[in-house]
Ligand binder design. Structure first.
Ligand code: SME
Length: 157
């Protein structure tokens, strides 16, 4: 597909419904994981304007930062540490409405106020996480969870 993203307006669900087929098309016939993660991070950032959107990849006993859009971030996160490490350990999506109230939250930036982390699960194992951060409190809800979980399922990981 042409590398132009159509940015939708409307409700959060409408924005995801416009984005998902475009993300699918971007990954069609492209087996390279880094390329696909990079384009997903860019598409999410362009559509939603979040502070940070990207991936951490499981490498042995740590998460290592992967393709992302936004300010430089913590490079390595241990299992169980921070929101990303907790999502990895629990193999569950975690929504944090106020990062200061999440025990052990890792502040890569003091500007981040709320966060969602979605695990990518393959063969019953977490292989990475999708992380999104916002400068607004309460940015993420179960609509984001539903659609972001759909997006990570589409990745040929
Ligand atoms: N806040 C995350 C760390 C990653 S950055 O926000 C990009 C955490 O607590 O796991």
């Amino acid at each position: 597909m042409a590398e132009d993203l159509i940015i939708a307006t409307g409700s959060k669900a409408e924005q995801y419904q416009s984005l998902i087929p475009q993300v699918k098309a971007l990954m069609e016939n492209e087996p390279d994981l880094v390329a696909n993660l990079a384009n997903i991070a860019a598409a999410l950032k362009a559509q939603f304007g979040w502070f940070w959107a990207g991936f951490y990849i499981v490498r042995e006993n740590e998460l290592v930062v992967g393709p992302f859009q936004g300010p430089v971030a913590c490079t390595r996160i241990r299992r169980g540490r921070g929101v990303c490490g907790a999502s990895w350990e629990k193999a569950q999506t975690i929504i944090v409405p106020d990062v200061e109230k999440f025990p052990g939250h890792i502040a890569c930036s003091s500007l981040s106020r709320s966060e969602i982390v979605v695990p990518v699960i393959r063969n019953n194992k977490v292989v990475g996480v999708l992380d999104a951060d916002s400068e607004a409190y309460n940015q993420f809800d179960t609509t984001d969870q539903q659609y972001l979980e759909k997006i990570v399922e589409l990745i040929h990981w």
